[in-house]
Design a protein around this ligand. Structure first.
Ligand code: PEP
Ligand code: MN
Length: 345
């Protein structure tokens, strides 16, 4: 932390500020300028101290020097985190493809999609059983029955499964079948939920809150890490901007920014991020070019009749087409797309 004293600060005020900092066991270095005095603070300060100092008489401003997140931060020379689930590793330089329906709607819909994405080389099957809907009157997902169907699809294809958890009370139920727990944009700052999944070892894919800055989002990941779960993936899924042509604005700037700021694997969800299926292919390729470790894609056998998110879901044919471009492009960038270990039957 750096503290800048006001030009008119008295000697007593400056001494009071320095004394308050030293009382926390921190060291101070005083820099006396022509007009202003600056105090450089050395050591780990309690987070509250910054604002307390800002309120002291004679203080013009106090600012942090380091990032507020510690466990999520990329340190010099530190290896990036990679996370392995069911024979798939995310964050090791390869590209992981997570694909499936937005929502589990029926046995046939899920199994048809699961078979197709597995055969086309997807590594992880997605599908929501519990859905966070803007309206309480909309279809809320198949719930426990949806989880059971995901289990069946996993046994059928050999693909690990990612599915959303909405409520801290569902941890046992959902983690019982999920290989990766998804925390959605609407729950990104649900701190009791973050703490609860932080008690597990199951990997957690944390979507970015649609109104969150990158720093706020990393602080959400910090909750899970601080609670003891080191297996966190960050997923950019679009933010709210003034633009209305797309459903959200997919912030691909986040990918290189996160690669510098954190060691956690980065996933991009172009389906939620665009809201339009015809934009998904180009934004998926762009995400991989930007350095994403994985992509999360919505695929449906009949997007026109999908109960949720049909407009942004790829048909089976379009998913095949996308994989045909993604694999050679990733390889050209030195990013292998491993053959899935799926056992499609
Ligand atoms: C989803 O993946 O279907 C979903 C609801 O995602 P988000 O939380 O990003 O809206
Ligand atoms: Mn969706």
């Amino acid at each position: 932390m750096i503290v800048v004293l006001a030009k008119q600060a008295s000697g007593d005020q400056i001494e009071a500020v320095a004394g308050r900092i030293r009382a926390e066991g921190l060291e101070t270095r005083m820099l006396y300028g022509v007009e202003k005095t600056v105090i450089a603070v050395i050591g780990h300060r309690p987070p509250e101290l910054l604002q307390q100092i800002q309120r002291m008489p004679g203080v013009e401003t106090a600012m942090p020097v380091g990032a507020p997140y510690k466990l999520a931060a990329q340190r010099d020379g530190q290896a990036r985190t990679s996370i392995s689930v069911g024979g798939v590793t995310i964050g090791d330089g390869s590209v992981a493809v997570m694909a499936g329906p937005c929502t589990v709607e029926s046995r046939e819909q899920l199994l048809t999609t699961a078979r197709h994405v597995a055969a086309q080389g997807a590594h992880i099957l997605r599908g929501g059983a519990f859905k966070p809907r803007s309206s309480p009157y909309s279809f809320q997902g198949m719930g426990a029955e949806g989880l059971r169907l995901l289990e069946e699809a996993k046994a059928l294809t050999g693909l690990p499964v990612i599915t959303e958890i909405l409520d801290p009370r569902q941890v046992e139920e959902v983690a019982g079948i999920a290989d990766i727990l998804q925390i959605g944009t609407r729950n990104a700052q649900n701190y009791p939920l973050l703490n609860e999944v932080g008690r597990l070892e199951t990997p957690v894919l944390l979507k970015r809150g649609m109104g969150n800055t990158i720093e706020e989002w990393i602080m959400c990941a910090e909750y899970i890490l601080a609670a003891g779960n080191p297996n966190v993936l960050l997923c950019e899924r679009g933010i709210r901007t003034f633009e209305t042509e797309s459903r959200f604005t997919l912030d691909l700037n986040a990918v290189p920014l996160l690669r510098r700021a954190t060691h956690l694997p980065i996933v991009v969800d172009p389906s939620q991020g665009t809201g339009k299926w015809h934009m998904v292919e180009s934004m998926t390729l762009a995400a991989v070019a930007a350095g994403a470790d994985g992509v999360l894609l919505e695929v449906h056998p009949s997007p026109d009749t999908a109960l949720i998110d049909g407009a942004q879901s790829l048909s089976l044919e379009h998913f095949t087409q996308l994989m045909g471009k993604l694999v050679p492009m990733a390889q050209a960038l030195g990013r292998p797309v491993p053959a899935a270990a799926a056992a499609v039957t």
